[in-house]
Ligand binder design. Structure first.
Ligand code: NAP
Length: 257
């Protein structure tokens, strides 16, 4: 972490960033990274106590942070997230859409309709609806980042439908990059395996963890900070000529050409 702090600059000074599902894991690290680089960050998740704790942690690092409860599939809470941000900071420069669920390991053809609906609703539809609410405030130079997954390239059988929703985010990245150009850039990060709570079902078993590490070229799992560095790059002016792209951050795990 000290090494990271030594490397980071102040690319988001004066900027305002919303990160969904950001009270722990990859979302929290993205908020922290943007905040350490000068952004005012608006973090959110379903549970008030998680939001409060995360805000305290960020403030403890000298970051300007606001916490808002937002279950991404709740329309009022999504609208409130945008409204409260604009009321407090007057604008939105960066939106990172990070929330996802992976509720089933069933094969696609055996997955219940209610689970299919939930996957679509949280992993894809909520991102679209949040951006519909935010769009009037996204001015020239703004940036949207979707957190997809390498599972979107080749959905593994144990998380096949989840993978398909992540594939949909690749399409959404391309489609919205066109629709929101030239004022707003739209890109995605496709993380490899990161040992967060979300991935515990894979990474807590030593043998599975080792096999995942062996799939990488760099002999390790990713960290939330690795993902945050990539998201911050795409959201920053360093990526001013990049839109409609997917940045794979997976330690060399096979994903695409
Ligand atoms: P995580 O550590 O488990 O964190 C999940 C966060 O999301 C928590 O802050 C949680 O807080 C919040 N959350 C959960 N459901 C929510 C909802 N419906 N609305 C709003 N917030 C919600 O997860 P993660 O591993 O960082 O995953 C983040 C993203 O990275 C996901 O899109 C995931 O698909 C992607 N990803 C992860 C990996 C990996 O290996 N970890 C790999 C590829 C892609 P509350 O409980 O308070 O809501």
């Amino acid at each position: 972490m000290e090494k990271t702090q030594a490397r980071i600059g102040r690319r988001f000074q004066g900027k305002v960033a919303i990160v969904t599902a950001s009270t722990q894991g990859i979302g929290f690290s993205i908020a922290e990274r943007l905040g350490l680089e000068g952004a005012s960050v608006v973090i959110s998740s379903r549970k008030q106590n998680n939001v409060d704790e995360a805000v305290e942690k960020l403030k403890g690092k000298g970051i300007e942070a606001l916490g808002v409860v937002c279950h991404v599939s709740n329309p009022q809470q999504r609208k409130n997230l945008i409204d409260v941000t604009v009321q407090k900071y007057g604008k939105i420069d960066v939106i990172v859409s990070n929330a996802a669920v992976n509720p089933s390991i069933d094969p696609i053809l055996l997955t219940k309709e209610s689970i299919l609906d939930k996957l679509w609703e949280i992993n894809v539809k909520a991102s679209i609806l949040l951006l519909q609410d935010a769009a009037p405030y996204l001015k020239k130079g703004s940036s949207v980042i979707f957190i997809s997954s390498i599972a979107g390239y080749s959905p593994e059988s144990s998380m096949a439908m989840y993978g398909v929703t992540k594939t949909a985010l690749f399409g959404l990245t391309k489609a919205l990059a066109k629709e929101m150009a030239p004022d707003t850039r739209v890109n995605a990060v496709a993380p490899g395996f990161v040992p967060t709570h979300f991935a515990e079902f894979l990474t807590k078993t030593e043998s599975i963890r080792t096999s995942l590490e062996e799939k990488t070229l760099l002999n390790r799992l990713g960290t939330a900070e690795d993902m945050a560095a990539a998201a911050a790059f795409l959201a920053s002016d360093d990526a001013a000529y990049i839109t409609g792209e997917i940045l794979v951050v997976a330690g060399g795990v096979q994903s695409r050409l």
